[in-house]
Ligand binder design. Structure first.
Ligand code: HEC
Length: 161
């Protein structure tokens, strides 16, 4: 059992530890809303979604491929809405104009479970990514079909035979 005196000392120490220092509170900057830019959205949303569509095709995982194509489409729509203009360029219009047709072709290929058509549509999509990078003067950003999966914690093989 701690003595009364020891308990009192302990209480003072605990109170001192829990009381936030006034100086820290005053100097801390106010939290800012997270506003990702075009390059952030491309890296966070579009790049991994494009990759996962490719992996779904490699595994002939049609159930997952349908899901992955839809997610990629939504990511591109979010980019168009969040950054419609960039350096005076019509990003929303370019996204719609360049990626709509290959995404539709991918959807058709997935429905038909046709790997030849899927691969052709995926090549067109990847070419559309690169064509837009060229026309927005970031042609040094070159997208390609993935050769292997960087997602070690996700299994892309079909769950049903
Ligand atoms: C509107 C045309 C456009 C389309 C379509 C487009 N991109 Fe981009 N992308 C850009 C621009 C512009 C940047 C540079 C943004 C910046 O620097 O802030 C960029 C940046 C990127 C980056 C960042 C690269 C790095 O290393 O910093 C990646 C990755 C990327 N895009 C992937 C893709 C993929 C994959 C697709 C196709 C599914 C695609 N993009 C389609 C315009 C486009």
């Amino acid at each position: 059992m701690p003595s009364r005196c020891q308990s009192a000392v302990l209480a003072v120490i605990v109170a001192a530890t829990l009381t936030p220092s006034a100086a820290v509170g005053q100097n801390a900057p106010a939290p800012q809303p997270f506003r990702p830019g075009l390059g952030d959205l491309m890296t966070m949303l579009v790049q991994p979604r494009h990759l996962k569509v490719g992996l779904a095709g490699m595994e002939r995982n049609w159930d997952y491929a349908g899901h992955a194509v839809h997610e990629l489409e939504e990511s591109l729509e979010k980019v168009a809405k969040t950054v419609p203009k960039w350096r005076d360029m019509d990003i929303a219009g370019l996204i719609e104009g360049s990626t709509k047709a290959p995404i539709e072709a991918l959807e058709e290929a997935v429905k038909a479970k046709n790997i030849a058509r899927f691969n052709e549509a995926y090549t067109q999509l990847t070419a559309a990514c690169n064509a837009c990078h060229q026309s927005t003067k970031v042609g040094m950003i070159v997208i390609q079909a993935p050769k292997s999966s960087p997602f070690a914690n996700q299994d892309f093989r079909p769950t049903k035979p």
